[in-house]
Design a protein around this ligand. Sequence first.
Ligand code: SF4
Length: 347
Amino acid sequence: MSIQMTHRAGPETKSSGSSAAFPEVAEPELRRVQDTIITWFEEAARDLPWRHPNTSAWAILVSEIMSQQTPVSRVEPRWRAWMDRWPTPADLAAASTAEVLHAWDRLGYPRRALRLQEAAEVIAADLDNQVPETTEELERLPGIGSYTAAAVSSFAFGRKTTVLDTNVRRVLIRLFAGRERPTTSPGRKETAWASGFVPEDKHVEWNAGVMEFGALVCTARNPDCPACPLQDICTWNQLGRPASATKPKTQKWAGTDRQLRGAIMDVLKAAHAAGDDRHGVSLDVFTTSVTDFDPTLAESLAESTAAAVARVRELSADKDRISRLITDLVTDGLAQQIDGRLALPNR
Ligand code: SF4
């Protein structure tokens, strides 16, 4: 299939002083990459529900927030349930925060759910329940950074933006700079360079396509170079795919505070689901030492809540550590503590 491109702006030139990191790309090569990625996307794009026509801007915004650092396979069922329940910003704004956190389930990084509800409140109260179109307006909303603003403006409203997530950055850096992976976060030079790859037409397809290409073909750990339609011009491939000098930061989970915080949140969510959280779960169930633990405390809880408490106690017997994490959860707005009891926030 032939793709007509009316105009393409080229990446920034060597005169910027950033040629080694972000080299100039010749027009024919640029055109080849754009056409290949867009054609590949038309054939290989996953059928994700938020890509369906007539998906609301709000639903797209929710999908973007949920997909940050969370695999699509885990996002999809939660996104469907979420959109059934809170189809507009006003619906989410009116929900209880405890319900919102419970529905966030195991998507991780639950502060995202709080920020999403705050954004919904602003959209409902100040913007006539309409998600704004421009990146500038979107970035003014709580929890919306430059990546999410660019993605929503592009995918929901068809505006020309530069969507620069880690997948896009990895593809461009490998293809043109010959490095295995990008730096931790993009600076202004890289953003300007990447914006030169976005065509004037088909920019939405480019943004979605190059992101999908990085997620499915040019992956972080196992890029499928033998099957890649760009292998013949990929600088990193031509160099023999040298490993980066620095190892990527792997996010440990087992044994971390994040894991324990998640387990404490699971207790509060289980209590909420079982109706135990009107007065909260006694802090004693978390912080009493094993020898002093009164089993009747657990017996007073629903089975699912007691199982979640047992999991916390299995993960750590360090009551100071648990107390510190509980304090952090309260500070972050993810829990409330009243009279020695802990519960999801009741707003
Ligand atoms: S050849 Fe390999 S590294 Fe280069 S773009 Fe294709 S998949 Fe990525």
